[in-house]
Write a protein that binds this ligand. Sequence first.
Ligand code: NAD
Ligand code: LMR
Length: 327
Amino acid sequence: MTVSPITVCVTGAAGQISYSLLSMLAAGNVFGPEQPVALHLLEIPPALPALAGVVMELLDGAYPLLHAVTQTADPSVAFADADIAVLVGAFPRRAGMERKDLLEKNLPIFKRQAHALNEHASKHVKVVVVGNPANTNAMVLAAFAPDIPPANISALTRLDHNRTRAQVAARLDVPVQSVAGVCIWGNHSSTQYPDITRATVDNAPVFDKLGSFETVARDFIPTIQKRGAAVIKARGFSSAMSAASAIADHLRSWVCGDEHVVSMAVPSDGSYGIKEGVFFSFPVRCMGDGVVEIVKGIEIDEFSKRYIDATAEELYAEREEALALLE
Ligand code: NAD
Ligand code: LMR
């Protein structure tokens, strides 16, 4: 049986993250070894020559699943009939900046792209926002793309989720695949709450082995919250290889389903007291075909509640700031 190609639009396609991501999409590492992919690559005009070089490399990769590649600076072409949109294109954070410092620069990009997505993408398009501040950019996108169901829009916190699993594995000297039960609550920012209170290794709880509440608050949590800044300081650029890998994980879980609970920033439905109107990272189950359910009924202890409340407050404030900026 011939499988029809899936159309995947990637914005910021000549940038660092895309340079790692595009080969994964073309090689079948995201949607599986039977699924052909048509890539629609969007850039700003000054970056089109660099994008042409990336496209040469994609063709030189001779990927059997790469059905077609379109390169353009026109969002209406890039988003045309897109089944999946990966919104990476934005200014990255530099050393000393907080992600919210990017609000003013990046929000207008997402407002403009919302209109184009709304007009030109498939009505079932699934969108993952990567460009920072990712949660608030996703909120803006949902606000200005009224025909796309908000449930089809998400923001990436899988990188934080993967960082959390990797740190648990490193600290306990166990294989990363044995670690489960972690999740990220809230904003993809330094207020995010990497929750290891229910972490398991081979299904056995391990929180006690990772320290006391005091040491976890002093060491483990800030390590994850500040990991993006640590990579920027060390590399001079923001994380790209690990971000691309997390995007691949996010899309694979979302489209193909996942037996494990993962983390995604999705529109809040009021769960855990988080007000509607913000994109909040929750522990979620991906049921396949784009169906995502927030995991309900987790008992939130006082320790976790303080963190969850703080990151929610940051997102409410970012929302107000964003809406005022865009008025
Ligand atoms: P980069 O500067 O290497 O690439 C960004 C690309 O986007 C550039 O090529 C630029 O020309 C392009 N671009 C800018 N405006 C555009 C527009 N309007 N339309 C299309 N393309 C546009 O940056 P990068 O390292 O690839 O990071 C991209 C974004 O992802 C940054 O905002 C960064 O902070 C963010 N990021 C998010 C996560 C996450 O986990 N959510 C992780 C890492 C990086
Ligand atoms: C990250 O988490 O590595 C990215 O969001 C880059 C950043 O700005 O920290």
